[in-house]
Design a protein around this ligand. Structure first.
Ligand SMILES: NC(=O)c1ccc[n+]([C@@H]2O[C@H](COP(=O)([O-])OP(=O)(O)OC[C@H]3O[C@@H](n4cnc5c(N)ncnc54)[C@H](OP(=O)(O)O)[C@@H]3O)[C@@H](O)[C@H]2O)c1
Length: 295
């Protein structure tokens, strides 16, 4: 049994969360659309994660759509004490699988109700407001976030949301949002090779706010690097474990949600909690990363 407690915990709003969690996006069908290829395997991944003490699951009702939340409910409801489910709103899926912004108050209210219904919850633990950005949609773009946060604040006042987070946000948007609501976490793209948010991570850590990197393993094309392979081989660990261990070491406010549809990969990822990196290993791994300015 992996000891994920070794990775430590962090206070997210009023929940104590283990720093090693699970991201459920990979449980929907190809392209995060439609049912999983093997529903039994998807249920098994979730149950295995919970059995190993995972107490933080990241999801959205736009995965599938609806499918991922329904699989979580089937696997784990009634939910174990202490499980925190973090979801996100801000998009809807087209019939062709496209991801379309859905950010007005009506759409956000509908999304919160979709999450409540499909997860069988009365209150959502944490809702991340996912901004759509530009380009491939995984990078943030400036713009006022007041209308979206005002809408989520109203849903929070109605008792439907306990905590609010942000996703795909710039530092300026984080600052603006924090003037409107209490922000407990920021979920942006970040990993050992993609380090645009280095400054934001340190600023959030100073204020006790969690930073939850999406694509911690590189996303749809998992990370590949000679340095990562060399360091892993020396440690007797796998490259994915070292990529996660590096994130755990990077800052105490980083919470991990690696995604997988495979029980074997889940076990491998959870075992990252006990991978110890020497200072020399960290120095070598730090050389992998680039920021936007360097690209
Ligand atoms: N806020 C946002 O905009 C946003 C965007 C994307 C994702 N997310 C969240 O972040 C979570 C993590 O991101 P992600 O799942 O897209 O990317 P990820 O965790 O970086 O990587 C997942 C990919 O790595 C593979 N993988 C996982 N463990 C592995 C291992 N030990 N060895 C080899 N390959 C492995 C998975 O394939 P297998 O299934 O074959 O293991 C999958 O292809 C998601 O699940 C989702 O909850 C949020």
């Amino acid at each position: 049994m992996q000891r994920i407690d070794q990775a430590g915990s962090f206070r997210l709003g009023d929940y104590d969360i283990k720093r090693l969690g699970y991201g459920a996006m990979q449980l929907a069908g190809p392209g995060v659309f439609g049912p999983p290829r093997d529903r039994g395997a998807a249920l098994a991944v979730l149950r295995e994660a919970a059995a190993h003490g995972v107490d933080h699951i990241d999801t959205s009702d736009f995965y599938g759509p609806h499918v991922t939340n329904q699989v979580i409910r089937e696997a784990l409801h009634p939910y174990p004490d202490g499980l925190t489910i973090v979801t996100k709103v801000g998009a809807v899926r087209g019939d062709d699988g496209s991801w379309n912004p859905a950010q007005d108050a009506t759409a956000l209210t509908a999304a919160v109700h979709d999450n409540l219904r499909n997860l069988s919850l009365d209150v959502l633990d944490v809702v991340n407001m996912r901004f759509m950005g530009d380009g491939d949609g995984h990078g943030p773009a400036e713009g006022s976030v007041e209308p979206q946060l005002a809408a989520l604040a109203r849903l929070q006042d109605q008792g439907l949301i306990r905590h609010i987070g942000l996703s795909n946000a710039t530092p300026k948007q984080v600052e603006q949002a924090r003037g409107i609501v209490e922000v407990v976490c920021v979920q942006n793209q970040y990993n050992i090779a993609h380090r645009d948010d280095d400054g934001m991570i340190d600023a959030l850590a100073a204020d006790g706010i969690a930073y939850v990197p999406f694509f911690p393993l590189g996303g749809f094309s998992p990370l590949q690097s000679e340095t990562l392979s060399d360091v892993s081989a020396r440690l007797g660990a796998t490259p994915m474990q070292v990529a996660l261990a590096w994130l755990l070491r990077r800052s105490p406010n980083i919470l991990l949600i690696p995604g997988t549809s495979s029980v074997a990969h889940l076990h491998e990822n959870l075992a990252a909690a006990s991978v110890e990196l020497s200072d020399e290993a960290v120095a070598a791994l730090n050389g992998i990363g680039v920021t936007n300015a360097e690209r």
